[in-house]
Design a protein around this ligand. Structure first.
Ligand code: NAP
Length: 266
């Protein structure tokens, strides 16, 4: 039976051109294009990391492997450049690739009436709306370890460690390390409010709970990979590793630390 591919692309001119080129070249080797993610054997993500984040949200972390073609953005997750399509097809036909799995991060958001769950690949951020100072209790497992006051708290996966976390002074983590990182966002530490000011690293089996306290009149927002998924009167947010993973096609010469050198350190 012939194999099928799906294309998820940014709408800009370069991404549209690459979409046409990929379609032509994949059809030439006998694959057919589909819009149905459940029947696709491979998903092309044409754009930057932002496109990958939207793809994962749209298709709820598909089981199907994803290959990223970077069309002019940072492209930290993306595997191939626009001039590497022929080489990709050759290596892919030969089976000369592997699938790298990235853990998803689940946030269960509890309000007065309901519990909603979301999955992120980079991070979950809990922060005050309108730049308000907020207060949260941080629970790790069943231990209430610290009261935190500041702009908010970020919890990220190793894959997300190079994104917002890095801008906040969090550490860069190799995705082969099984851990979650909790990073404070502008913590207040004075005689009025005591906050933990360093990051915290926990094993992936850990459940992290953020409980808003004493935030009268202030709204709390929960942001998953850059998208606000909840705001308002949130009682608690429980964060843990999700049962979903992102599956990304990687070639033999892929190196996470090579990406860090090329895309971050420069
Ligand atoms: P966005 O414009 O889609 O992305 C912001 C930048 O982050 C883009 O350059 C994007 O790469 C890059 N990026 C995304 N995931 C990355 C990763 N795992 N490692 C390294 N760089 C990564 O912004 P958005 O829609 O608001 O949010 C998407 C992501 O942006 C969030 O998950 C968050 O991590 C990050 N963000 C960063 C800051 C900050 O650094 N101060 C603030 C807010 C959000 P591309 O150019 O290839 O898309």
């Amino acid at each position: 039976m012939n194999k099928k591919f799906l294309i998820f692309a940014n709408p800009d001119e370069v991404s549209v051109k690459i979409t046409n080129e990929v379609t032509f070249k994949m059809e030439a080797i006998g694959w057919s294009r589909t819009e149905d993610d459940s029947s696709a054997d491979l998903i092309f993500c044409i754009g930057g990391d932002g496109a990958l984040l939207r793809l994962l949200r749209r298709y709820s972390f598909p089981e199907t492997p994803i290959v990223g073609i970077n069309t002019g953005h940072l492209g930290f997750f993306q595997e191939i450049s626009v001039d590497g399509i022929d080489e990709f097809i050759e290596l892919f036909k030969k089976g000369d690739y592997h699938i790298q799995e990235y853990i998803g991060l689940s946030a269960e958001i509890h309000t007065e009436d309901e519990v909603k769950s979301y999955v992120a690949i980079n991070e979950i951020v809990v922060r005050g709306e309108g730049e308000r100072l907020i207060h949260l209790d941080i629970k790790i497992g069943d231990k209430n370890i610290a009261r935190y006051s500041g702009d908010g708290v970020l919890v990220c996966t190793p894959a997300g460690s190079t994104a917002y976390n890095y801008s906040l002074g969090g550490v860069i983590v190799d995705p082969n390390v099984d851990m979650l990182q909790i990073t404070p966002i502008a913590p207040v530490n004075n005689i009025a409010y005591r906050s933990i000011t360093s990051g915290i690293i926990v094993p992936t089996q850990t459940s992290i709970e953020l409980v808003p306290v004493n935030n009268e009149g202030k709204k709390i927002a929960v942001i998953e990979d850059g998208a606000i998924v909840a705001d308002g009167d949130i009682k608690r947010i429980v964060i843990h590793v999700a049962d979903k993973k992102a599956r990304i096609v990687r070639f033999r010469d892929y190196s996470f630390w090579g990406k860090v050198k090329d895309k971050i350190i420069g």
